[in-house]
Design a protein around this ligand. Structure first.
Ligand SMILES: [Zn+2]
Length: 197
């Protein structure tokens, strides 16, 4: 693997529920359509399995289908994470994510949350190792209040989960909520780099 050419570009990436990832420049990385398809299949075969007599031939058949659905989900997630991570590593020299180990938004209470969390983690892991190979930099930052802070003037702008637009009364910066969060993620990564150097 030869190093990817330096581009001088930087990006903050907000991992989300509506989209897999939203970048600080407004780029979107969607993937939820196929996740939903796999999720539906997993739910379906889980239900069938629970209705069949444990250990019976038909139960085994349903179990096989369920395993297949999980494998399909894993493959799709892997493919998507490889594609998106390749794209960002080729395009950017500095890539900033929120630290998923600090974040406690996802507690795996539902299958959907588990699927999302696994997708985010794959994306961060694949991007990190591709960046290492390419001689580029991945930084994970504290995710606290990334959606509330204004990425332009740093003022706290409280908003509920339903408010999709960040509109800063202090500096007037108005932008999609996730793009603002991605901006804060990038700001924090740059601050970390500055204090480290
Ligand atoms: Zn502001």
């Amino acid at each position: 693997m030869e190093p990817a050419p330096s581009t001088g570009e930087e990006i903050g990436i907000d991992l989300g529920i509506l989209n897999l990832a939203t970048a600080s420049n407004g780029d979107l990385y969607d993937n939820h359509r196929f996740l939903k398809q796999s999720e539906k299949k997993i739910r379906y075969w889980n239900k069938i399995l629970s209705r069949r007599k444990k250990g019976s031939r038909r139960w085994h058949k349903a179990k096989q289908q369920l395993t297949k659905a999980y494998e399909q989900l894993a493959n799709r997630r892997r493919d998507r994470a490889h594609k998106v991570s390749r794209q960002v590593v080729d395009q950017y020299d500095l890539i900033a994510f929120e630290d998923l180990n600090i974040q406690d938004m996802v507690k795996h209470k539902t299958l959907s949350k588990w699927i999302l969390d696994a997708s985010w983690r794959s994306l961060v892991v694949y991007t990190t190792y591709k960046a290492e190979e390419a001689g580029k930099c991945v930084i994970q930052v504290n995710p606290q209040n990334t959606s509330q802070e204004c990425s332009n003037c740093r003022q706290m702008v409280r908003k509920t989960l339903d408010e999709r637009t960040h509109c800063c009364p202090n500096c007037g910066y108005t932008v999609d909520r996730d793009v603002n969060a991605a901006g804060n993620i990038l700001n924090r990564a740059k601050e970390q780099l500055e204090t480290a150097s």
